[in-house]
Design a protein. Structure first.
Length: 214
């Protein structure tokens, strides 16, 4: 069976391998932006995770002519009015490190008793002509007052997952994949992958043959 090419809208080869492994056994060939020539930079300026995921997937599909998949995710803290939200990766500045962002988060939450928070992930699958499918995942937890654990990335060291009594930084890669916001969104895609591939086939532009008129 011919494999359907889907472009992962990232240059991160780790993410490409992860996605390829996740969809192993299905008639899908995952490619990344590294497999193509340069395309215009896509600015993530949306007001929601959905906006950013759709923009990345849709523009990548239009630029390259293949179906594309993109995700956007971040930490939402209701007590901070939803911050860091879509600015999670640059909460303390454009070139902020994970440590910088965690320090700002803990400073902003100093003295706050309600420390509930959740990670949210939105994954968008788009085709060149515009339509897109959207999948979401959410994982609820609590923000600690100091980091715990050496693994993970981002806000993982201060995000406690109550059901396991550990922060994301204390979980193994396998444990985190089962409960994380991104893992949940990917599982939803996997459950419907056959329908997704049919949808892609139905919505891809088709070449038409014309008779040459003399």
């Amino acid at each position: 069976m011919k494999k359907q090419i889907i472009v992962l809208a990232t240059k991160n080869q780790g993410k490409k391998k992860e996605m390829a492994k996740f969809l192993e056994g299905y008639p899908v060939k995952i490619m990344s932006l590294e497999d193509f020539g340069p395309i215009p930079e896509i600015i993530e300026d949306g007001e929601s995770f959905d906006d950013n995921a759709y923009k990345k997937a849709s523009l990548t599909a239009r630029y390259l002519g293949f179906p594309a998949i993109a995700d956007d995710s971040g930490l939402v803290v209701p007590s901070l009015g939803g911050k860091p939200g879509v600015h999670s990766s640059r909460y303390s500045g454009e070139d902020a490190s994970d440590e910088d962002n965690i320090k700002k988060l803990l400073k902003d939450m100093s003295g706050i008793d309600k420390r509930e928070a959740y990670f949210e992930c939105v994954i968008s699958i788009a085709v060149p002509i515009g339509p897109a499918l959207t999948y979401e995942g959410k994982c609820e937890g609590v923000i600690l007052e100091e980091p715990k654990g050496e693994g993970g990335f981002g806000y993982d060291p201060v995000f406690l997952f109550p059901e396991l009594g550990k922060t994301f930084a204390e979980l193994s890669v396998e444990e985190k994949a089962k409960v994380s916001h991104r893992g949940k969104a990917l599982e939803e895609i996997k459950k419907e992958i056959d329908k997704v591939l049919v949808w892609i086939e139905q919505n891809l532009p088709r070449q038409e043959n014309f008779e040459c008129q003399r």
